[in-house]
Design a protein around this ligand. Structure first.
Ligand code: NAD
Length: 383
């Protein structure tokens, strides 16, 4: 069997997402399985070069995972002709500069979302990548999750009839950091460091909505900082200046109305940390990260409003589970494999920098809507 090597410069792998999802669950898992198989049978084996700010942490990562290539010098990493892909999972505010350098060095780019701090920066990246002719991709991990893949199956089969509305509920309680350490990095709660739930989650909602239900044409949002005092990784108090909840209404092409709550200040009474409830004329479905249940019009009960009676109907039992019918790999890894095949000229990867621009633009529009107390419409994005 033919074998090829793909050198990948990985920046930000000491972070939460970079380490767990991208290095360990994706790239090292691909290495351990022998590589990515192309349609002609060729195996593409990945060879990461870790880049970061802290030499000790990088050395430790290498030792732990049997790697030997690391550097704290991004320019040096980008000058290596052995490495043709640059990946970025740094915190958002330092991403644009690093990606522009990588594009100038002729690398193909794969990056975490949001691709840059604002729409102007995101467009600069899309333009630079197009001008340089490098392949580019943005993480769209939620689309590769079992729950959403099953939901997509329902959409594609016409199960819903005409889709009317989508209700999304995302969130959980993120500890303030005083009584118990917070389970997310403190920069997420500082606007000046690129934090905020709108900037973080609206890019996800944009690609989920546009790939399953239709392009987002307008947004109305109320964005709030509910908790203004938090404690950081060192236990020091800081002012939480970024939004920690966003209540949004998204109007989609074709008439579907989506409402999505995003909150780091809610306690979970749900089956999963994110759930989408879809109602259509012929059926409804509720999808989480893993599970998806549905109810056809022929199986829809007829509730009658009567506040005098305690409700005894087992509503949740009246839905059927959409079966797996396939093995689902880790979503981040599945997308990495698709991107690697695309870089190797084998297949498509449609989630490019322009998709990333649309995600950032929705976040910006949500913030604008809240700030100005009005509905914001969104035109198509083009370079
Ligand atoms: N796809 C998803 O579901 C998802 C989920 C969470 C976060 N993210 C994105 O991934 C990126 C990283 O988020 P995270 O939660 O892993 O953050 P993190 O704070 O855990 O990691 C940040 C990384 O950036 C590096 N870094 C480089 N320059 C830095 C600087 N000047 N200050 C601080 N850190 C610096 C850090 O060393 C670290 O490796 C963000 O852009 C975030 O939006 C994506």
């Amino acid at each position: 069997m033919a074998q090829r090597r793909l050198g990948i410069v990985m920046n930000g792998v000491t972070g939460r997402m970079g380490y767990r999802q991208h290095l360990v669950r994706s790239i090292l898992a691909i290495r351990d399985q022998g590589g990515v198989e192309l349609s002609d049978g060729t195996l593409v084996q990945v060879d990461p070069l870790l880049v970061g700010r802290n030499a000790e942490k990088l050395q430790d990562l290498c030792k732990r995972h049997g790697l030997d290539r690391w550097t704290t010098d991004l320019d040096e990493a980008l000058s290596s002709s052995e490495d043709t892909v640059y990946f970025d999972a740094q915190l958002t505010s330092v991403r644009e500069r690093a990606i522009l350098k990588a594009i100038a060095a002729g690398k193909h780019i794969y990056t975490e979302k949001p691709i840059a701090d604002d729409v102007a920066g995101s467009l600069r990246l899309a333009q630079a990548a197009t001008d340089a002719g490098v392949k580019n991709g943005v993480v769209h991990d939620k689309l590769y999750l079992p729950g959403l893949l099953k939901l997509k199956r329902l959409v594609d089969s016409g199960f819903f009839g005409r889709i009317l509305s989508v209700r999304g509920e995302f969130g959980y309680w993120v500890f303030e950091g005083d009584l118990q350490p917070a389970q997310r990095p403190s920069w997420n709660y500082r606007a000046e460091d690129g934090g905020g739930i709108t900037t973080d989650m609206f890019p996800h909602w944009n690609y989920v909505l546009e790939n399953l239900f239709g392009r987002v044409e307008a947004v109305t949002a109320r964005v709030v900082t509910h908790i203004s005092d938090r404690w950081d990784e060192r236990g020091e108090p800081y002012a939480a200046t970024a939004d920690d909840a966003a209540y949004g209404i998204f109007e989609l092409a074709g008439g579907v109305v989506a409402q999505i709550n995003s909150s780091w200040t809610t306690r979970v009474h749900r089956d999963e940390l994110v759930e989408f409830h879809v109602d259509g004329t012929h059926g409804s479905a509720v999808a989480g990260l893993h599970r998806c249940v549905a109810q056809h019009r022929t199986q829809t009960p007829k509730p009658v409003w009567n506040p005098d009676l305690v409700e005894r109907t087992p509503f949740r039992e009246q839905w059927f589970a959409v079966p797996d019918n396939q093995e689902f790999d880790n979503g981040f890894k599945a997308q990495w494999e698709q991107f690697i095949r695309y870089v190797e000229g084998d297949g498509e990867h449609p989630y490019d920098f322009l998709a990333g621009v649309r995600g950032v633009r929705l976040a910006e529009a949500g913030l604008e809507s809240s700030r100005e107390g009005r509905r914001v419409t969104l035109d198509e994005v083009a370079l």
